[in-house]
Write a protein that binds this ligand. Structure first.
Ligand code: ADP
Length: 455
C-alpha cells in the first residue's frame, strides 16, 4: 500500500507531477510517432517515384538505362535479369549489398549496408517484352534515423528537466496558496475559552480559504456568545442564590441573639422557611433551565384539550388570586385539542398566570382564554389589568434573570426566570410565546400552539 503523503502541499505537488508527466509523455510519444510516420512516408514516396522512373526507363532500352545510371537523379538502383545484376549505379555498388529481400511494388523494408548504415529499399519483379526484370531501388535512411535519434535525445533530456521545473514550481505555488491555512491554524491554536474574541484572518472573503475562515469566525462568534451567556448565567445565578442565603444567615444571627424569646424564635424560623422556599423555587427553575439547555427534558406529546389544561391551572392558582381580591375569569367555550407535552405547557401557563397574579394589584381583573386561531393554531391568552410592561423592556423580559423592577420583583418573589422557562416550554412544543403590544394599562401574553391534526 502506498503511504499517503503527509502534507497537502506534497500531495498537491505529487498530483500535479503525475498529471503533468502523463500529459507530457503522451504529447512526446505523439510527436515522436507522428514525425516518424511522416518522414517514413516521405522516403517511401520518394522510393515509389524512383521505382517508377527506373521501370519506365527500363522499357525504353539499354541506352536510356545507361544514361540514367550515369547522369540520372536516382542514386541507388539496380536491375537484375534472372537474379544477375544487369545494371546498377556506382553508388549502389559501393553499398555492397548482397542478399536483397523482395518487397513487392507497394512495400519497402529497411536493410543495413556493408558500412552499417540503414537503407530503405523497394524490390519487385516487373514483366517486360523479353522476360522478367527485378528492379531494386534504395534510399539513404541515415538522415531519417539521425533525426529520429536527435528527437529522442531532446525529448529524453527535455521531459525530465520540464518535470523537475514543474515540480519545483508546483511546490512553491502550493506553499504560497496554502500559506493562509498555516496562519489560520496558528491563530486558531491561540484561541481558547478565555480568548474567544480573537478571529481568524480573512484575506479574501470570496475564495475558499476566506469562506472557511469566515465560517470558523462565525462559529467562534457563536461560541463566544454562548460562553458569555454561560458566564452571565452563572454570575446571575450565584447572585440570586446569595441573596436568600444572606437573608437566612442574618435572620439566624438575630434569632441567636434573641434566643430565649419563643415568639421571636418562631418568627425567625418562619422568615428562614420563607427564604428557603425562595431558594427551592430558584433551584428548581435553574434545574429546569439547565435540563432545557442540555435537551434532557423528556417530552411526551399527547392529544390534549387545552381548555381542560387551562381549567386545571386556573383551579390551582385561583386561591392566590382570591388572597389578593382579584377576579380571574376563564373563557374556554369549546374543546381545543393540540398534541403537546402536558407538563411543559402546564408549567408555561402556570408561570404566566402566576406573573399576572403577582404583578396585578389588589382587586384587579385577570382573564385566561383558550380559542382557535384559524385552522392551524390554538391560542391561550393570559391578560391582566396590572401595570403593564413598558415598551423598552418588552424584548428583554424573556431573557434569564431579567426583571423590569428588580427590587419589586424580588419582594414579590421572582428571580426573573419564569418567562424564560415559559418561552422554552412553548418552543419545545413547537409554539410561540408573545407579549401583545399594548399601550396603557395591563399586559397580555399569548401562547400559540399548533392544533392537533389527528382526528
Ligand atoms: P419573575 O420571576 O420576576 O416573575 P419573569 O421572567 O416571570 O420573572 O418575568 C420577568 C419580568 O417581567 C418580571 O420581573 C416583571 O417585571 C415583568 N412581568 C412579567 N409578567 C408581568 C405582568 N403580567 N405584568 C407586569 N410585569 C410583568
Amino acid at each position: 500500500m502506498i503511504r499517503k503523503a503527509r502534507s497537502v502541499r506534497a500531495r498537491l505537488t505529487l498530483w500535479h507531477l503525475s498529471v503533468l508527466a502523463t500529459i507530457i509523455l503522451g504529447f512526446a510519444l505523439g510527436v515522436y510517432f507522428f514525425l516518424q510516420a511522416s518522414l517514413l512516408r516521405q522516403i517511401d514516396n520518394h522510393l515509389t517515384r524512383d521505382f517508377a522512373t527506373v521501370e519506365r526507363v527500363v522499357t525504353q532500352g539499354p541506352q536510356e538505362l545507361d544514361s540514367l545510371t550515369r547522369h540520372g537523379n536516382v542514386l541507388f538502383f539496380r536491375v537484375e535479369i534472372e537474379r544477375q545484376p544487369a545494371i546498377e549505379t556506382e553508388s549502389w555498388r559501393k553499398l555492397g549489398l548482397t542478399t536483397l529481400p523482395s518487397t513487392g511494388k507497394e512495400g519497402a523494408v529497411w536493410i543495413s549496408a556493408a558500412d552499417g548504415k540503414p537503407y530503405r529499399i523497394k524490390a519487385a519483379a516487373v514483366p517486360f517484352r523479353d522476360g522478367m526484370r527485378r528492379i531494386i531501388v534504395a534510399h539513404d535512411g541515415d538522415t531519417f534515423q539521425q533525426s529520429m535519434h536527435s528527437l529522442m535525445v531532446i525529448l529524453l533530456l527535455a521531459i525530465p528537466a520540464a518535470l523537475v521545473l514543474a515540480v519545483a514550481g508546483a511546490y512553491l505555488l502550493a506553499g504560497r496558496i496554502l500559506a493562509p491555512l498555516a496562519t489560520m491554524a496558528a491563530t486558531a491554536r491561540k484561541i481558547s475559552a478565555d480568548r474567544l474574541s480573537e478571529r481568524l484572518p480573512v484575506e479574501n472573503p470570496g475564495d475558499e480559504f476566506g469562506q472557511l475562515a469566515t465560517a470558523f469566525n462565525e462559529t467562534f462568534l457563536r461560541l463566544e456568545d454562548s460562553f458569555d451567556r454561560l458566564h452571565r448565567f452563572t454570575a446571575d445565578a450565584s447572585h440570586e442564590l446569595r441573596t436568600p442565603l444572606t437573608a437566612i444567615r442574618s435572620v439566624g444571627e438575630v434569632g441567636l441573639q434573641e434566643g430565649s424569646n419563643a415568639a421571636a424564635c418562631r418568627e425567625v424560623i418562619g422568615s428562614m422557611l420563607e427564604e428557603t422556599d425562595h431558594l427551592t423555587k430558584l433551584v428548581d427553575s435553574l434545574l429546569i433551565l439547565s435540563r432545557a439547555d442540555a435537551r434532557t427534558v423528556p417530552l411526551h406529546r399527547e392529544r390534549t384539550d387545552l381548555t381542560v389544561l387551562a381549567t386545571e391551572v386556573y383551579d390551582c392558582l385561583q386561591v392566590l388570586a382570591e388572597e389578593k381580591g382579584q377576579i380571574v375569569s376563564l373563557v374556554a367555550p369549546s374543546p381545543v385539542v393540540a398534541s403537546i407535552d402536558r407538563t411543559t405547557v402546564r408549567q408555561a401557563l402556570i408561570n404566566l398566570l402566576d406573573n399576572a397574579i403577582k404583578f396585578t394589584p389588589q382587586g384587579g381583573f385577570i382573564q385566561v382564554s383558550v380559542e382557535r386561531s384559524g385552522a392551524e393554531e390554538a391560542v391561550i391568552a393570559v391578560s391582566d389589568d396590572g401595570p403593564g410592561i413598558p415598551a423598552e423592556h418588552r424584548e428583554k423580559i424573556f431573557e434569564r434573570f431579567y426583571r423590569v423592577d428588580k427590587g419589586r420583583s424580588r419582594e414579590i418573589g421572582g428571580a426573573g426566570l419564569g418567562l424564560s422557562i415559559a418561552q422554552w416550554a412553548v418552543h419545545a412544543n413547537d409554539g410561540r410565546l408573545k407579549l401583545e403590544k399594548r399601550e396603557g394599562k395591563g399586559s397580555t401574553f399569548r401562547i400559540h400552539l399548533p392544533l392537533s391534526r389527528t382526528i
